[in-house]
Each structure stands twice: as C-alpha cells, then as structure tokens.
Design a protein around this ligand. Sequence first.
Ligand SMILES: CC(C)(COP(=O)(O)OP(=O)(O)OC[C@H]1O[C@@H](n2cnc3c(N)ncnc32)[C@H](O)[C@@H]1OP(=O)(O)O)[C@@H](O)C(=O)NCCC(=O)NCCS
Length: 330
Amino acid sequence: MSNIPAVITGTGSYTPARVLTNSDFERMVDTSDEWIRTRTGIRERRIKEDGIGSSDLAVEAGKKALARAGLEPSDLDLLIVGTVTPDYPVPATSCFVQRKLGAFNAAAMDVGAACSSFMYGLSTATAYVKSGFRKRVLVIGVESLSSLTNYADRSTCVLFGDGAGAVVVEAGENGGKQGVLGFALHADGRHTGLLWVPLGGSVNPIRSGNVDQGRFFIEMNGNEVFKIAVRAMVSASAEVCKTAGVSVDDISLFIPHQANIRIIDAVQKRIGISSDKVFVNIEKYGNTSSASVPLALDEAFCAGRIKKGDLVLMVAFGGGLTWGAALVRF
Ligand SMILES: CC(C)(COP(=O)(O)OP(=O)(O)OC[C@H]1O[C@@H](n2cnc3c(N)ncnc32)[C@H](O)[C@@H]1OP(=O)(O)O)[C@@H](O)C(=O)NCCC(=O)NCCS
C-alpha cells in the first residue's frame, strides 16, 4: 500500500425509536426473557416502521459521521453502503442515500458480504484512499433485518434488529501515524447454506406458486454458525495483529460483531484481551448485521472509550461465510 494514510475522521449511528423487548417476544412465540438473555445476551432490539427503508436509516447515520468529520455531503467523492437489506433489488441503496444526502459529487456503490459488509466496505474505501483514487469516502453499514425476519421462528426472530453505523474515511497527511493499519478478510463459500434466504433471488424468484412457502426469511443453522464464527473471528484478529506487527496488549479497544454474547466472550478469551477492553452493546440492539460494528464503534466514541492515539481492533463475521478484521489507529 502507498504512504497515504486512510484516516477515520468521523463516526455516526442511528437506530429507529421503536423497541421490541424480550417480553414482547414472550407474547409472540414460545420463548422466555431468561432464555434469550442467557443464550444471546440480547434484551431488546430496534425495529423500523413500515415504509421506512435502509437508506433512511443510513442517511441519519451518515449525516452524523459527516458532521463529526466537519464535512459537507458535497465534499464526498465516494459513498459505499454495506447491506443485505437494500431498499430495492435495483438500483443500489447507495444511490438513494446519495440523493437523500445530496452527495452528488460522490460515486456510489453497495457492497454485499452479509454481516461482514461493513468490513469489506471499509477495506474498499481504504484501498481507494491509499491509492490516491479517492480522498473522502463515506462508508455506511445498514440493515432493516426486520424485513427478512420470520417472526414465527423463535430460533431466529429474537436475534435480529435494525440500525445503521457510518464512518468517514479521509486521506491523511503523508507519513502520519493515524489511520487504518490493515485488514484480514476471508470467505468460505462451502457454507453458503448455513445462513441464507432461499427465496427471492435469481435461482428462486418469488412467484405466485412459491410465495406460500414463506422461505423469503433468514434461515440459519445457529449451532454450526456459532462454532465457525468463534474460530474465524479469533484467527482473523490474530492475523491482522501479526501482519501489522502489534501485540494484543497494544490494543486499546476491541469491537467485535454483536451477534451473541457467548460468541463475544469466547473470542475475547481466546484472543487473550481483557474484558474491560471489549465493547458490547448487543443487549440494546441484537444482531444488526452490517450495522453492528460501525454502530458499536460510534457508541464507543460517544462514550469516550476511544481517544486520540488509541489502537482499535474490529472484527465481523457473517453469512457466506465471510469474515474480516481491521486494525485502526485513531
Ligand atoms: C441461535 C443461537 C442463539 C441458538 O442458541 P443455542 O444455544 O445454539 O441453542 P440451540 O439452537 O442448540 O437450541 C437449544 C434449544 O433451544 C430451543 N430454542 C431455540 N430458540 C429458542 C428461543 N428463542 N426460545 C426458547 N427456546 C429456543 C431450540 O428449539 C432447542 O430446543 P431442543 O433442545 O428442544 O431442540 C446460537 O446458536 C447462535 O447465536 N448462533 C450464532 C448466531 C450468529 O452468530 N448468527 C449470525 C452470524 S452473523
């Protein structure tokens, strides 16, 4: 990579006001607050209103990130949206975000790598900035997972929520210390069926003859995903630290994908980072897929958990399977 640092200069997040609690689920499916809390760590999640799209959530997060970076929408030259819940199949959600923000000088594209979409989007932004091809990029991870959730399936419906998180990535001073230090990115397409939505794509388009099957929701083999997630998040974290030449003790804050508190605890222990350096907000939002890491990053900032000079490790994991880790000096 060139010497141009890719610096995160602003973060933002947004979650819808409507709260769905574990007690609400007790009235909807055969479950209990106790089961959900002990098995997942989730207490509540946010759900968007009907008629609101992912682009609406993304715009709110994007505006905050731009304000913190001291930029106008017209300053952006690239806009990347990571999501599995686009507003429509065509066009890209990033184009709706571009219009609603008024960021008409920015090229716009979506990145799809399931829950790792933000990490893949951040790596794309970093490569564009480091190469000198772009200077100011807004990367947004956003999900309206309520639109893909089967609220009759207790094994998945309690897990997911809606939200958005955003970062501004800018070209820094040549030779500066701040910025993205590196990535570990991976995928394993042998496990596509462990976490997927079987109906509604090009192989099985929704037709009057199959719509009753109801298979246009997220289906997941939770046990298998759980085991692979722990292994993958640990190895990606170790890889990115090794490549960047930093030790776990150098890390100021660890921001893991917020899918399950037991996954987070297992990863934290295996990496060997102390629990007070781990940022967790899963109890409030559940698993927000592409929004999970940038939403947590923004909350960590707002809570004063990240200061200038801090080294932050972020790691995500999702369907595909895909996973990735990033090391950033703030
Ligand atoms: C989904 C997940 C919470 C399930 O937890 P688990 O401890 O693995 O639970 P299991 O799937 O083994 O199910 C145990 C039992 O609880 C039941 N159960 C499942 N969901 C339940 C719910 N909401 N309430 C009550 N019981 C439930 C199951 O039916 C099963 O019952 P059985 O033993 O009678 O068959 C967990 O596997 C997980 O978090 N997986 C990874 C999810 C993830 O990371 N996904 C996204 C990656 S981005």
